[in-house]
Design a protein around this ligand. Sequence first.
Ligand code: NAD
Ligand code: USQ
Length: 399
Amino acid sequence: MRIFVLGGDGFCGWPSALHLSAHGHDVTIVDSGVRRRIDTELGVRSLTPIRTLDERVAAWRKATGKTIGTVEMDIALDYEDLTELLSAERPDSIVHFAEQRSAPYSMKSPAHKRYTIDNNVNATHNLMDALVETGVDAHVVHLGSMGVYGYESVPVDLPEGYLTVSYPDRTGTMRSREILYPTNPGSVYHLTKSLDQLVFQFYARNDGVRVTDLHQGIVWGTQTDETTLDEALINRFDYDGDYGTVLNRFLVEATIGYPLTVYGSGGQTRAFINIRNTVQCIRLAVESGDEVSGRPRVMNQVTETHRIADLADLVARVVGAQVVHLSNPRAEADVNELSAVNDHLLALGLDPILLESGLLAESVDIAHKYADRVDKERIPASSYWNREREAKSEVPAGG
Ligand code: NAD
Ligand code: USQ
């Protein structure tokens, strides 16, 4: 298949582009490079020494003989260029990773909130509008987030996107219908994923655009079979207070002897998936695009759920580290239960890689190998959900 990977220079996009190419697909990466500019803005860099996008695709060609095309384009801003590219290339499928993905970055300041809304909502809407204008019937695979469901403890396994509700009509007769699961985002970033869902619902109904929305949990790990073929293919690894996700942060913290930074009680429960499963799920979603017609197909892209405090204890046990509980910079429930259905992807062939496996050791090896690149000053949180949270901010003793 001819596939565009929007945001294909990022943490999930790069290994997904390689995996699709390795499986015989004709891949073109479309990326504005904004994520690399945000590193400069924040004064941080990936733990791993990622190469430029040109060097990356050259290394892939050298390692495998396969070619990946690249286009530098901001899909939130360059609408005309996007329509020209779609008309010229007419892809069969488009994987859409091209959004600002950090919840803390989205809450940093009014400017960061506006940027996240402008970038993410326009990127998604431009893509829908451009497909309709050009008449290209590409199946869109979008990366959404488990966070759209919210983190209230509810007595159900979270369904895949839709909820059947019953209600009395005006005569008192009970009716039932399926609705999008009521959204309850916990950050401006998560709000954009909730808005994306409505954009997809509208364009699927009005114009027949075919969409799969993958509600992905927190991704951990770094490498995949393809990124390990050559050091120049190495994947991004964020550990800083804005872009570092919790398990990858704990692994780096443990490796350099920094206390594991649990926010609040650590009773928050979240959904997780390893990066190797992410790339597999993307391929499974793309290759099953013929199934999609009518309303958007929603699949929960998760393999397990864990309490944050349990993850910290696990990493402390395996790697050896001290755990500290810090005042939480985020306004979120201190404790929640979470369980989610992932039947769709299991039925398509998802083969879950669970946390206890040797992959924790793989990430620890990477953290050891590149430990001299860690800037400890960038580990503490530097974004707060509101003034009250900021007033209570703490940096761990020994950090
Ligand atoms: P990332 O920031 O590493 O990659 C995103 C890429 O998109 C970057 O290369 C960036 O330059 C590009 N981009 C952003 N806006 C763009 C625009 N307007 N035009 C063109 N390119 C643009 O993020 P990631 O971790 O790879 O996440 C990818 C997607 O997966 C995001 O939509 C994110 O919300 C979702 N997701 C990520 C995780 C996770 O744990 N990393 C979990 C669930 C969902
Ligand atoms: N946390 C800590 N200590 C840390 C960092 C985080 O206790 O050092 C806690 C947070 O308070 C939160 C949880 O860990 O309760 C998860 O935080 P995170 O930064 O790992 O993940 P999150 O902000 O939810 O965002 C990440 C990705 C985002 C994706 C989302 C999937 O950055 O792109 O959408 O995971 S989900 O959470 O399922 O919505």
